[in-house]
Design a protein around this ligand. Structure first.
Ligand code: WQD
Length: 335
């Protein structure tokens, strides 16, 4: 069975590629390397000792992307490709809408034209109105605080409408919580350009000495230690969630949204301490003002994922931190 991964050279895409190859799936990667490194492809091959085809292509470019569908008989698409920096999305909303929504629309048009029926979409907990509840179920009201989140919410709607119009489609919208960590080999990992926006890559760069100290955004939240609480999930667990979704697609039509999280929240300070323990490095930090748009605390309801995918996260926070450090230590300058 052939699986097409758009954005397959990215952080979550590359980890999913490894798990798919290890399970014997044939994969095709389509990526324009706009926010990823072509070296990732070799790393995936080295880890798995398997090979695969890749296309350097912008998935929002219909004519260019169509060549992939002409050449390859695709069974299922996993659609990772998209811009993902929250702050940047607020500054450059049109760039985010144009890129992320056109990619989704182009993909669905090509799936319909070439009879590809199954698709798994990289959505996000950013689609939830996280001010209304801490435990977020798939029924929690949807609303976003930034353009990035809206591109995910709008893409979800586009997929739902496509599935309503074409009853042969089978769509799984996976709402990721906070993916961290890396493959146990330390050969692939989260490699943001410039100064990281997300907590874990910031911490690993402090640990390696590239950044001086962490700014903890707010210590007056209504949480157990005053710092923000999130549901961090090991990227390998997340990758395995996609494989469970491939099986689900084979037996179900229509569109469904499913959370991928652990159900457990950790505060910023708990993460700092877990990372210090796993790495043996001290992480200097200072408390600074709250970051706009952040909320106190949220974590995933994991019931639906267990029920319909038979999937649950297995890795704990220690393994998440240890593997994030292993990646950074082995790749102090990234790829
Ligand atoms: C986690 C916690 C911060 C950095 C966002 C998107 C989400 C997903 C992941 C991506 C918060 C605190 C962070 C720092 C800090 N998107 N923090 N100092 O905001 O939960 O989720 O990223 O592709 O859709 O919304 O993740 O890692 O930025 O922050 O104190 O330097 O760490 O305030 O409590 P977030 P994050």
């Amino acid at each position: 069975m052939k699986i097409l991964l758009t954005g397959g050279a990215g952080y979550i895409g590359s980890h999913t590629a490894v798990e798919l190859l290890n399970k014997g799936y044939e994969i095709v990667i389509a990526d324009n390397f706009s926010n990823s490194d072509p070296k990732v492809l070799d790393r995936i091959k080295q880890i798995t000792n398997k090979t695969f085809v890749h296309y350097e292509v912008d998935v929002s470019d219909y004519n260019a992307f169509e060549k992939v569908f002409i050449k390859e008989k695709i069974d299922t698409v996993i659609h990772f490709a998209g811009y993902k920096a929250v702050g940047e999305s607020v500054k450059l909303p049109m760039m985010y809408y144009e890129n992320n929504l056109m990619a989704t629309i182009t993909l669905i048009n090509l799936m319909n034209k070439y009879g590809v029926e199954n698709c798994i979409f990289s959505s996000s907990a950013a689609v939830y109105d996280s001010s209304v509840a801490r435990l977020l179920t798939e029924e929690t009201p949807l609303s976003c605080t930034n353009t990035y989140g809206y591109t995910k919410l709008m893409s979800e709607q586009i997929f739902k409408d496509a599935a309503r119009a074409n009853p042969r489609l089978s769509i799984v919208l996976l709402r990721y919580f906070n993916p961290i960590g890396s493959h146990e080999s330390g050969m692939i990992g989260d490699n943001p350009n410039g100064i990281p926006n997300n907590l874990l890559p910031f911490i690993t760069r402090v640990a390696i000495g590239k950044l001086e100290r962490l700014s903890v955004f707010g210590n007056d939240y209504d949480t157990r230690d005053g710092t923000g609480v999130r549901d961090y999930i090991h990227v390998v667990d997340l990758a395995l969630g996609h494989i469970a979704a491939i099986d689900y697609c084979k037996e179900h039509k229509g569109a469904i949204a499913i959370n991928l999280g652990t159900g457990k929240g950790y505060s910023v300070l708990e993460i700092v301490h877990a990372f210090e323990k796993a790495s043996g490095r001290k992480i200097p930090y200072v408390f600074t003002a709250r970051r706009e748009g952040d909320v106190d605390e949220y974590y995933a309801s994991t019931t639906l994922a267990k029920q319909v995918l038979g999937w649950e996260a297995k890795f704990g926070i220690e393994q998440m931190c240890a593997s994030a450090w292993n990646w950074q230590k082995q790749n102090p300058d990234g790829y």
